[in-house]
Design a protein around this ligand. Structure first.
Ligand code: GRF
Length: 192
């Protein structure tokens, strides 16, 4: 019998710190959660996030990235074997190919530390502070073939104070990320 009937199987892809993974694990353990995390994948052997997966006894794997095709083929096999319904990218530093997105054929979410479509790519906080933006924030969106450009599921903003630095802004935004990622998953899954 299924252990958590009705729950969707999630795979989380990470490359580093894993604080968003930690927030998703926390959400998955709540009574009403709609997900169970069946797989954590990292392309970085030393990713701290792998410790969170281990502590929670979640199936996790490091896959060495030597070339895109073999990396993605391995991923696709693993996703199939683990019956994954949804992928959540959480600080995953590789760009998935159009072919991979098509072959997986189910939703892929990403969390990005800016108010998309502003500040796609890297160093978002540095750029937002440098440009004296009034607000920044975080966005959860569907992954499409164009980087940081898919349909937005949830976005939340924070005010940038004159005293804010790249670091302090990162901290504020990260706090919001940990709240909106589970919210975005709920929103997506209840609209399925
Ligand atoms: C987060 O800021 C996320 O928005 C971005 O990468 C960072 C990952 O942080 N895509 P963590 O590994 O989840 O702590």
């Amino acid at each position: 019998m299924e252990k958590f009937p009705g729950k969707k199987n999630i795979a989380v892809f990470i490359s580093g710190r894993g604080s968003n993974l930690r927030s998703l694990i926390k959400y998955s353990k709540t009574k009403k959660s709609l997900i169970r995390i069946v797989l954590v994948v990292s392309n970085n052997f030393n990713a701290k996030g792998l410790d969170y997966a281990n502590k929670s006894k979640i199936n996790n794997i490091f896959i060495k990235y030597s070339n895109k095709e073999s990396f993605e083929n391995r991923l696709l096999k693993l996703l199939k074997r683990n019956k994954v319904d949804l992928i959540c990218l959480a600080g995953f530093m590789k760009i998935l190919s159009k072919k991979f997105i098509k072959k997986f054929s189910k939703p892929i979410l990403n969390i990005h530390p800016s108010l998309l479509p502003k500040y796609k790519g890297l160093n978002t906080h540095f750029r937002a502070v440098k440009n004296k933006e009034e607000y920044s924030g975080a966005t959860v969106h569907i992954v499409s073939e164009k980087l940081d450009s898919g349909k937005i599921i949830i976005q939340e903003k924070v005010k940038i104070l004159k005293s804010d630095t790249e670091k302090s802004l990162e901290k504020k935004v990260l706090k919001i990320e940990h709240i909106i990622y589970p919210k975005a998953i709920k929103k997506l899954l209840t609209n399925f």
